[in-house]
Design a protein around this ligand. Structure first.
Ligand code: AQP
Length: 332
């Protein structure tokens, strides 16, 4: 059976980008057709300056939101990365497989280094090395497919390279994974700056729709979205990124085709109004289910405890095998 692994990082409240690019598909498709694991990758949240209490809060919220979005613990494994030691055990072997140069080429490293410096902070070494941890997250489970948004595709490519290299050096140990991306909205853009990705950790929040935003807040953000010069509605990402982004979001919400939808509008105002309502209706059940689950944290804990146990049992044999393969003496 196909094995799927993917995760979300608790660096902020989950956004519409996380949902359309990744989480929605995990719930609607992936968990039904494969042996799937979904993870709150909390160790990745420590690569930038963080507040411990906030990371804890956001990790719980992210896990609750994954369940609210429809992940069913009877169908898939939902857990928290730091609860399964195999991730960090394998990450070190991945660091010993990767080169410094390939880590420095990662776009996210370049972008996040720039923003950490702009904030006046230092850059943590883990920001450079975290793709090795991400490779470990994926490879520990013999993953075939990694459903992610476009921004994570480069890291999955690196994971493939590391898996191939490791297998060549030390013998067949890892499955070579491939990325899968949604057809529409693989990269949802910030509504106030449609040339930048909608990102949950961005400081300016006016262009970011959070999954837990109240309907009125969603409407306000969409109605104030930056649109482009001109007034005709066309799907042109290069010339009209603001309008193209709204069309992508509307198409992703309604299951349509952005270019065809463009033909149905002759004003930006009408497009914004329909997009706002489509997003409100898409998020309504997630928000409502989140409220129910958040009122019963013990049930979320039970899912995470069981998920970690299952994940550990799946990861341990392969990570032990990798330790033996590189020449480490097994414990006696
Ligand atoms: N804007 C986006 N459009 C489509 N997909 C997106 N994803 C993230 N942003 C968008 C996808 O969501 C999944 C979980 O993302 P992550 O938690 O690993 O974080 P990230 O990719 O670094 O994106 P964020 O949300 O912007 O976090 P910060 O601001 O902390 O960097 C992934 O599959 C991702 O592709």
């Amino acid at each position: 059976m196909t094995r799927i692994f993917s995760g979300v990082k608790p660096t902020g409240h989950l956004t519409l980008g996380n949902y359309l690019g990744a989480v929605r598909r995990w719930a609607a498709e992936d968990q039904h057709r494969a042996d799937a694991l979904f993870c709150v990758v909390d160790l990745h949240a420590l690569t930038v300056e963080h507040d411990p209490a906030r990371v804890r809060r956001l990790s719980r919220q992210a896990a609750t939101l994954l369940l609210a979005a429809g992940l069913d613990p009877q169908r898939c494994t939902v857990f928290v990365q730091s609860h399964v030691d195999e991730h960090t055990r394998l990450a070190y072997l991945m660091e010993c497989t990767a080169s410094d140069g390939e880590m420095r080429r990662m776009i996210q490293y370049k972008e996040k280094t720039a923003s950490e410096r702009a904030r006046g902070g230092g850059v943590r070494l883990s920001l450079l090395t975290y793709p090795a941890l991400m490779a470990a997250d994926i490879l520990a489970y013999g993953t075939d497919e990694v459903p992610v948004g476009e921004d994570q595709a480069q890291h999955v490519e690196l994971t493939r390279d590391l898996a191939v290299r490791f297998n060549q050096r030390y013998g067949q140990t890892f499955v070579i994974p491939r990325t899968t991306q949604p057809k529409v909205a693989a990269r949802v853009m910030d509504l106030q700056d449609p040339t930048s990705k909608m990102g949950k950790s961005h400081a300016r929040t006016a262009g970011i729709i959070y999954l837990l935003d109240e309907p009125e807040a969603v409407r306000k953000k969409v109605m104030r979205a930056v649109t482009d010069g001109g007034s005709d509605v066309v799907h042109d990402r290069a010339e009209r990124p603001g309008v193209a982004n709204l069309l992508d979001v509307l198409a992703a919400c309604t299951g349509g085709d952005p270019e065809k939808i463009a033909g149905q509008y002759d004003s930006y105002g009408a497009l914004k109004k329909d997009t706002a309502e489509a997003v409100v209706e898409l998020l309504r059940p997630v928000r409502e289910r989140h409220a129910e689950l958040a009122a019963d944290p013990a049930s979320v804990d039970a899912v995470l405890r069981d998920g970690a146990e299952r994940a550990r049992a799946m990861a341990r044999p392969r990570v032990d095998e990798a330790y033996r393969a590189v020449g480490l003496l097994p414990p006696v």
